[in-house]
Design a protein around this ligand. Sequence first.
Ligand SMILES: Cc1cc2nc3c(=O)[nH]c(=O)nc-3n(C[C@H](O)[C@H](O)[C@H](O)COP(=O)(O)OP(=O)(O)OC[C@H]3O[C@@H](n4cnc5c(N)ncnc54)[C@H](O)[C@@H]3O)c2cc1C
Length: 408
Amino acid sequence: MKGQATDQKHGPRTAPAAAPERFETVIVGGGQAGLAVGYHLAMRGRRFVILDASQRTGDAWRQRWDSLHLFTPARYDGLPGMPFPAAAFSYPTKDQVADYLQAYATRFALPVRNGVRVDRLCRDGDRYALAAGDRRILADHVVVATGAHQKPQIPAFAAELDPNILQLDPNRYRHPSQLPAGGVLVVGAGNSGAEIAFEVSRTHPTWLSGPATGHIPVRTGSRWDQLLTPPFWWFISRVLTVQTPIGRKVRPKALITTAPLERVRPRELAAAGVERVPRTVGVQHGSPVLEDGRVMHVATVLWCTGFRPDFAWIDLPVLGQDGAPVHHRGIVASQPGLYFVGLWFLSAFTSSLLGGVGRDAEHIAEQIAAHQPNAQPTAEVLTAARAHRAPTATAAHRSERYTVRDNL
Ligand SMILES: Cc1cc2nc3c(=O)[nH]c(=O)nc-3n(C[C@H](O)[C@H](O)[C@H](O)COP(=O)(O)OP(=O)(O)OC[C@H]3O[C@@H](n4cnc5c(N)ncnc54)[C@H](O)[C@@H]3O)c2cc1C
């Protein structure tokens, strides 16, 4: 039989399947959420691995559009144990974030395996079994850290658009020169939509479709920003949590409400020539149609209509009616040993942000460590963590030491 070895005694045999690897904990996803859990597990001396589909740590950020800068200032962009290396009220570029994540993984010697996409997670007795291609891994604990922004939410009628219209979403948009000549309809007027519309309006006639979301009255980087952001951050990270009555009240609304514009203002959009138009509601003869009946003859439609996570690879009954995992602060009661991190408002308004994920990561690591409390971190990890307690070269670092939580 072609491609199959033959054993004289037992007849044809297939190559033996590789024995599964075993870990106490597998973290699926090596973005900021997975790395933050890794840091806290390393601090507790746990044995774990981080499996990440991308080729390089930080790729989720590298692959976003070229001109993207963070909406949160560097002061609130640090992960546990390592401040973001920039002035407190500067707004890093997406590539600086990617490089920071890579440096973070290196500094704490986090065991990240890149290029490994987990395609199935199921139970195997009292353990979890993960499959990634032909690899099999068994684990007592699994932390799902695959991100909240994996799949763009695009309306079904998009499939009826003329195939000559280029359709993109923020995960595939890079820069205006990628777009063909002709009009651009940006659907979705949140921060991504507004910033992309502002950018493409320099080279293309641009319409921004969807209700206005309001804007934050304070200019990013201004004195007011520096004055008001700290109490605001305290409020959204300490008060708007699942542990306060106000946080629990706000959470369902926060999950579906589009955030107000942070950087680009409605007046600036208008001055740049971006025309605001109502919602896009369907398709007529291959072209998008607005709520007011207008048919838009454009060359490009950019769907900035939000994202959702992708849990299709999880073969366990953990999703609720709304398709979101059922958990409390990331812990799945129905599946002991399974955790989620990095989701929108997982425990607080800031849970999916760089500066907010660390607390959830620590909570999850504490649960895992409780199963074997006497483990010790390696000397390598402790040295790296201590290095960040010493004064650093830049003023930015100096101010950060007092603002970013260090859990050592
Ligand atoms: C446009 C935009 C701007 C943002 N701006 C800010 C900001 O200014 N400040 C801020 O704090 N936050 C911001 N965020 C929110 C958040 O910080 C980012 O989305 C961040 O990337 C989330 O990190 P994460 O680790 O949860 O997920 P991701 O960064 O998406 O990382 C998930 C990782 O999991 C991997 N993965 C996915 N599926 C699998 C699988 N099955 N097997 C193995 N690996 C897998 C992916 O390859 C990826 O590397 C922004 C988000 C977007 C979309």
